[in-house]
Design a protein around this ligand. Structure first.
Ligand code: ADP
Length: 432
């Protein structure tokens, strides 16, 4: 900091320079500092407003083209502050069109220095303004430019209102999205705790009964208890796999091991796994035309999971006695496989969001435990993983359903489209 000999900071005259261009700020600061002024620098209009009121400088140099509030508006505002009413405010500006000087003076500036300014005379000009020199406008000019300036202020105010309205709307939407995410997170924690606790209590409960077998006469045989333990541990395994898979889909890290494969084989394998769980639901499950489809290149295990998820949903959301049909056809170079049910259906407004992670349409408080009982539980990860695997194969998935209606049950159809030969470069979440 340069200091004129013998003068303290308090005695030096203070100049506030409001300027958003750092190079220009620095240059003016250097020039005036060596002349013994104490420089205060504000890089934008808001800090300019704040510093002017807290520091009460002896003179303010004002760039006029500032973002947000411009230099004209800052000047007009500062003129309304009683302690700054007579402070010289000098426009130091690149606005040099006809009328700019007059507009600056009408807005409340005491003087006007055009850029590029003269380095040799700048400090003298500043000294003159500090000594009370004022640029003058004739009364006629003053009235004319004041009117134009007022009109411009009103227009800018209107624009700001509109922009404010838009930002308010953007904020409202962002807040809504955050609230939705927050609810999804809370629901997910509720469901995850439920999905993990239920099978654990089954394992724990039956293990305890088996241990105390000799002391009581239970109606279930040991074999039936072991069977329940096995089912519960399968369910636990599935939940944990879902959580791992969802993380893989998220980071685009689904590894595919492609081999020639048949759709009918995968669907039958998925159904075989699900059959003990769907037993007792009196559902009719039909496979139509799948064995006529050509072999194609796919990851057997991952695609089996696709059909396991789609079929377990179909079973879950179809009331007892309903029908689930899986049919397929070749369309050009693709296979189209449709999993169709006579269940509760899905509202068209949800047709895209159900593929988002953690989307569960039913109120989680009413979730039942089993994976396959009517409207049974789930973490809202199944379709997200299904979509991830299908997309990794270069395919796509969509749903068709007229409406959601648990009484009339209009049904749903999930269409899976898979290329017979996946493209050589797979989409981002498919790795070979
Ligand atoms: P989850 O693993 O919890 O079942 P999904 O991602 O598989 O979650 O499904 C998300 C939501 O989509 C489910 O909560 C359900 O509301 C709806 N859904 C999925 N499949 C069907 C279907 N076949 N019939 C009706 N609703 C369905």
């Amino acid at each position: 900091m340069h200091q004129v000999s013998g003068m303290t900071d308090q005695q030096m005259q203070k100049i506030l320079y409001v300027e958003d261009d750092p190079t220009c700020r620095q240059l003016v600061c250097e020039i005036l500092q060596v002349k013994g002024y104490r420089m205060l620098l504000a890089p934008d209009s808001l800090s300019g407003l704040r510093m002017a009121q807290t520091e009460l400088p002896d003179l303010i140099l004002m760039d006029l083209s500032l973002d947000g509030l411009d230099g004209f508006e800052v000047t007009t505002y500062l003129r309304s502050v009683p302690s700054l009413r007579t402070t010289p405010i000098v426009a130091l500006t690149g606005l040099v069109q006809k009328g700019d000087r007059e507009r600056a003076l009408s807005a409340g500036c005491s003087g006007y220095i055009a850029k590029p300014f003269n380095i040799q005379t700048l400090s003298d000009q500043v000294a003159a303004y500090l000594a009370g020199y004022q640029d003058q406008l004739s009364e006629k000019e003053q009235n004319k430019f004041l009117r134009a300036y007022n009109q411009q202020l009103v227009r800018r105010l209107e624009d700001k209102f509109i922009a404010l309205g838009q930002s308010h709307e953007d904020l409202r939407q962002a807040q809504h999205a955050l609230q939705k995410l927050d609810k999804m997170k809370s629901d997910f924690i509720t469901l995850a705790a439920h999905e993990l606790r239920t099978p654990i209590s089954v394992v724990h409960g039956y293990a305890y009964l088996l241990m105390t077998r000799d002391e009581a006469n239970y109606s279930l045989s040991s074999e039936e208890m072991v069977q329940s333990i096995l089912q519960a541990s399968t369910q636990l395994n599935k939940t944990i796999n879902d959580l791992i898979n969802v993380a893989n889909v998220e980071v685009g890290d689904i590894e595919l091991y492609l081999s020639p494969t048949q759709i009918d084989y995968m669907v039958e394998a998925a159904l075989a796994e699900l059959s003990p769980l769907s037993q007792g639901r009196n559902l009719s499950i039909e496979l139509v035309g799948l064995s006529d489809l050509p072999a194609f290149s796919g990851d057997l295990q991952q695609l089996q999971q696709v059909f396991w998820n789609l079929l377990s949903n179909a079973i879950k959301y179809t009331p007892d006695g309903g029908t689930i049909r899986v049919w397929g056809r070749q369309v050009d170079a693709n296979l189209e496989i449709v999993v169709e049910d006579t269940g509760i259906g899905i509202d068209p407004k949800d047709h895209l969001t159900i593929f988002d992670r953690f989307t569960v349409l039913e109120d989680v408080l009413y979730h039942s435990t089993s994976t396959t009982s009517f409207m049974g539980g789930g973490l809202g990860l199944g379709l997200y993983i299904v979509q991830g695997i299908v997309v990794a194969h270069g395919g796509r998935i969509r749903v068709e359903s007229e409406r959601h209606d648990p009484l009339q049950c209009p049904g749903s159809r999930f269409h899976v489209i898979l290329p017979i030969t996946p493209p050589p470069i797979l989409p981002s979440n498919g790795k070979l």
